[in-house]
Design a protein around this ligand. Sequence first.
Ligand code: TYD
Length: 199
Amino acid sequence: MKKGRLIVFEGIDGAGKSTQARMLRRKLGARGRKVVSFREPSRSRWGRELRAKAKSEGSLTPLEELELFVKDRRENVARNIRPALLAGTIVILDRYYFSTIAYQGAKGLDPERIRKINERFAPKPDLVFFLDLGASAGLSRISGRKTRDLLFERETYLRRVRRMFRDFQGPRFVHLDGRRDKRELGREILARTLAVLEG
Ligand code: TYD
Protein backbone atom coordinates (compact mmCIF):
# COMPACT_ATOMS: atom_id res chain seq x y z
CA MET A 1 0.00 0.00 0.00
CA LYS A 2 1.13 3.52 -0.68
CA LYS A 3 2.17 5.74 2.19
CA GLY A 4 2.94 9.01 0.45
CA ARG A 5 0.52 11.46 -1.11
CA LEU A 6 -0.07 12.21 -4.78
CA ILE A 7 -0.89 15.79 -5.83
CA VAL A 8 -1.58 16.55 -9.50
CA PHE A 9 -1.74 19.75 -11.56
CA GLU A 10 -3.79 19.80 -14.75
CA GLY A 11 -4.90 22.41 -17.26
CA ILE A 12 -4.56 23.45 -20.89
CA ASP A 13 -1.24 24.67 -22.33
CA GLY A 14 -0.32 27.98 -20.68
CA ALA A 15 -2.63 27.59 -17.66
CA GLY A 16 0.24 27.90 -15.17
CA LYS A 17 0.62 24.29 -13.97
CA SER A 18 4.39 24.17 -14.06
CA THR A 19 4.75 27.39 -12.07
CA GLN A 20 2.31 26.25 -9.39
CA ALA A 21 3.85 22.77 -9.21
CA ARG A 22 7.28 24.31 -8.66
CA MET A 23 5.99 26.76 -6.03
CA LEU A 24 4.20 24.02 -4.10
CA ARG A 25 7.26 21.81 -4.14
CA ARG A 26 9.42 24.62 -2.80
CA LYS A 27 6.96 25.52 -0.03
CA LEU A 28 6.48 21.94 1.12
CA GLY A 29 10.24 21.39 1.05
CA ALA A 30 10.75 24.51 3.18
CA ARG A 31 8.34 23.03 5.72
CA GLY A 32 10.54 19.98 6.01
CA ARG A 33 8.33 17.65 3.98
CA LYS A 34 9.82 14.94 1.81
CA VAL A 35 8.68 15.94 -1.67
CA VAL A 36 9.54 15.14 -5.29
CA SER A 37 8.00 16.25 -8.57
CA PHE A 38 7.72 14.78 -12.04
CA ARG A 39 6.17 15.90 -15.29
CA GLU A 40 4.43 14.10 -18.10
CA PRO A 41 5.35 13.53 -20.85
CA SER A 42 8.35 12.31 -18.83
CA ARG A 43 12.07 12.39 -19.52
CA SER A 44 12.01 8.73 -20.62
CA ARG A 45 12.49 7.57 -24.22
CA TRP A 46 8.67 7.55 -24.71
CA GLY A 47 8.34 11.04 -23.32
CA ARG A 48 11.15 12.28 -25.56
CA GLU A 49 9.54 10.64 -28.57
CA LEU A 50 6.21 12.32 -27.73
CA ARG A 51 7.80 15.75 -27.41
CA ALA A 52 9.65 15.34 -30.70
CA LYS A 53 6.49 14.19 -32.48
CA ALA A 54 4.34 16.90 -30.88
CA LYS A 55 6.36 19.41 -32.92
CA SER A 56 5.22 17.81 -36.18
CA GLU A 57 1.46 17.89 -35.52
CA GLY A 58 -0.48 15.09 -37.16
CA SER A 59 2.38 12.60 -37.45
CA LEU A 60 0.59 10.16 -35.11
CA THR A 61 -3.00 8.92 -35.13
CA PRO A 62 -4.95 9.61 -31.90
CA LEU A 63 -4.69 5.91 -31.02
CA GLU A 64 -0.92 5.82 -31.55
CA GLU A 65 -0.65 8.94 -29.41
CA LEU A 66 -2.71 7.33 -26.66
CA GLU A 67 -0.49 4.25 -26.70
CA LEU A 68 2.67 6.33 -26.35
CA PHE A 69 1.29 8.46 -23.50
CA VAL A 70 0.25 5.28 -21.68
CA LYS A 71 3.64 3.61 -22.22
CA ASP A 72 5.37 6.73 -20.95
CA ARG A 73 3.11 6.82 -17.89
CA ARG A 74 3.62 3.13 -17.12
CA GLU A 75 7.34 3.73 -16.97
CA ASN A 76 6.93 6.91 -14.90
CA VAL A 77 4.68 5.08 -12.41
CA ALA A 78 7.01 2.08 -12.11
CA ARG A 79 10.29 3.98 -11.94
CA ASN A 80 9.39 7.20 -10.18
CA ILE A 81 5.89 7.58 -8.78
CA ARG A 82 5.28 4.25 -7.05
CA PRO A 83 8.72 3.98 -5.39
CA ALA A 84 8.41 7.53 -4.05
CA LEU A 85 4.91 6.89 -2.68
CA LEU A 86 6.09 3.67 -1.05
CA ALA A 87 8.89 5.62 0.62
CA GLY A 88 6.30 7.97 2.11
CA THR A 89 7.20 10.93 -0.11
CA ILE A 90 4.79 13.57 -1.38
CA VAL A 91 4.71 13.31 -5.17
CA ILE A 92 3.73 16.36 -7.24
CA LEU A 93 2.85 15.75 -10.88
CA ASP A 94 2.74 18.32 -13.66
CA ARG A 95 0.09 16.49 -15.78
CA TYR A 96 -1.18 12.93 -15.31
CA TYR A 97 -3.84 10.72 -16.84
CA PHE A 98 -6.52 13.45 -16.73
CA SER A 99 -4.50 15.07 -19.54
CA THR A 100 -4.82 11.89 -21.57
CA ILE A 101 -8.57 11.75 -20.94
CA ALA A 102 -8.97 15.41 -21.94
CA TYR A 103 -6.45 15.77 -24.81
CA GLN A 104 -6.92 12.37 -26.47
CA GLY A 105 -10.64 12.42 -25.57
CA ALA A 106 -10.90 15.75 -27.40
CA LYS A 107 -9.52 13.95 -30.47
CA GLY A 108 -12.48 11.57 -30.43
CA LEU A 109 -11.29 8.64 -28.30
CA ASP A 110 -13.68 7.39 -25.60
CA PRO A 111 -12.85 9.22 -22.33
CA GLU A 112 -14.23 6.44 -20.15
CA ARG A 113 -12.07 3.85 -21.88
CA ILE A 114 -8.98 6.04 -21.48
CA ARG A 115 -9.74 6.40 -17.76
CA LYS A 116 -10.07 2.64 -17.29
CA ILE A 117 -6.84 1.85 -19.14
CA ASN A 118 -4.97 4.27 -16.88
CA GLU A 119 -6.58 3.37 -13.58
CA ARG A 120 -5.50 -0.23 -14.09
CA PHE A 121 -1.89 0.74 -13.34
CA ALA A 122 -1.75 4.38 -12.25
CA PRO A 123 -2.27 5.20 -8.55
CA LYS A 124 -5.24 7.51 -7.96
CA PRO A 125 -4.25 10.97 -6.78
CA ASP A 126 -5.26 12.39 -3.41
CA LEU A 127 -5.81 15.85 -4.91
CA VAL A 128 -6.05 17.26 -8.44
CA PHE A 129 -5.81 20.99 -9.13
CA PHE A 130 -7.33 22.04 -12.44
CA LEU A 131 -6.07 25.46 -13.44
CA ASP A 132 -8.78 26.82 -15.68
CA LEU A 133 -8.02 29.30 -18.44
CA GLY A 134 -9.55 30.23 -21.79
CA ALA A 135 -7.91 28.71 -24.86
CA SER A 136 -6.86 32.04 -26.38
CA ALA A 137 -5.45 33.31 -23.08
CA GLY A 138 -3.47 30.07 -22.67
CA LEU A 139 -2.12 30.27 -26.20
CA SER A 140 -1.06 33.88 -25.88
CA ARG A 141 0.84 33.05 -22.67
CA ILE A 142 2.94 30.41 -24.39
CA SER A 143 3.49 32.71 -27.37
CA GLY A 144 4.55 30.13 -29.92
CA ARG A 145 5.46 31.34 -33.38
CA LYS A 146 2.69 29.49 -35.16
CA THR A 147 0.90 30.60 -38.28
CA ARG A 148 -2.61 32.04 -37.96
CA ASP A 149 -4.24 28.89 -39.33
CA LEU A 150 -2.36 26.63 -36.94
CA LEU A 151 -3.20 28.92 -34.01
CA PHE A 152 -6.86 28.88 -34.93
CA GLU A 153 -6.85 25.10 -35.15
CA ARG A 154 -5.05 24.80 -31.83
CA GLU A 155 -7.46 27.20 -30.14
CA THR A 156 -10.48 25.21 -31.33
CA TYR A 157 -8.88 22.03 -30.02
CA LEU A 158 -7.88 23.54 -26.65
CA ARG A 159 -11.44 24.78 -26.20
CA ARG A 160 -12.60 21.17 -26.34
CA VAL A 161 -9.81 20.08 -24.00
CA ARG A 162 -10.83 22.77 -21.50
CA ARG A 163 -14.44 21.55 -21.56
CA MET A 164 -13.26 18.01 -20.83
CA PHE A 165 -11.19 19.23 -17.85
CA ARG A 166 -14.20 21.12 -16.52
CA ASP A 167 -16.24 17.89 -16.50
CA PHE A 168 -14.10 16.34 -13.76
CA GLN A 169 -16.13 16.77 -10.60
CA GLY A 170 -15.69 15.14 -7.22
CA PRO A 171 -14.21 15.55 -3.76
CA ARG A 172 -10.58 15.14 -4.93
CA PHE A 173 -10.93 17.69 -7.73
CA VAL A 174 -10.31 21.40 -7.21
CA HIS A 175 -11.00 23.86 -10.03
CA LEU A 176 -9.19 27.19 -9.79
CA ASP A 177 -9.34 30.29 -11.96
CA GLY A 178 -5.99 30.46 -13.77
CA ARG A 179 -6.37 34.23 -14.30
CA ARG A 180 -5.85 34.90 -10.59
CA ASP A 181 -2.63 36.37 -9.24
CA LYS A 182 -0.13 33.51 -9.13
CA ARG A 183 1.04 34.15 -5.57
CA GLU A 184 -2.47 34.31 -4.27
CA LEU A 185 -3.30 31.11 -6.16
CA GLY A 186 -0.19 29.54 -4.67
CA ARG A 187 -1.39 30.35 -1.15
CA GLU A 188 -4.75 28.71 -1.76
CA ILE A 189 -3.06 25.66 -3.28
CA LEU A 190 -0.75 25.32 -0.27
CA ALA A 191 -3.65 25.64 2.18
CA ARG A 192 -5.71 23.01 0.38
CA THR A 193 -2.73 20.68 0.12
CA LEU A 194 -1.91 20.99 3.84
CA ALA A 195 -5.56 20.24 4.66
CA VAL A 196 -5.28 16.97 2.72
CA LEU A 197 -1.86 16.07 4.16
CA GLU A 198 -3.02 16.66 7.70
CA GLY A 199 -6.56 15.36 7.28
P1 TYD B 1 3.51 19.79 -21.63
O1 TYD B 1 4.50 19.11 -20.77
O2 TYD B 1 2.44 20.55 -20.96
O3 TYD B 1 4.24 20.73 -22.66
P2 TYD B 1 5.58 21.54 -22.55
O4 TYD B 1 6.44 20.91 -23.60
O5 TYD B 1 5.15 22.92 -22.88
O6 TYD B 1 6.10 21.40 -21.16
O7 TYD B 1 2.86 18.67 -22.58
C1 TYD B 1 3.07 18.60 -23.95
C2 TYD B 1 1.78 18.39 -24.68
O8 TYD B 1 1.33 17.04 -24.52
C3 TYD B 1 0.63 19.28 -24.19
O9 TYD B 1 0.07 19.96 -25.30
C4 TYD B 1 -0.37 18.31 -23.65
C5 TYD B 1 -0.07 17.02 -24.33
N1 TYD B 1 -0.47 15.80 -23.58
C6 TYD B 1 -1.44 14.95 -24.11
O10 TYD B 1 -1.99 15.22 -25.20
N2 TYD B 1 -1.78 13.81 -23.44
C7 TYD B 1 -1.18 13.45 -22.25
O11 TYD B 1 -1.51 12.40 -21.67
C8 TYD B 1 -0.18 14.33 -21.71
C9 TYD B 1 0.51 13.98 -20.42
C10 TYD B 1 0.15 15.50 -22.41
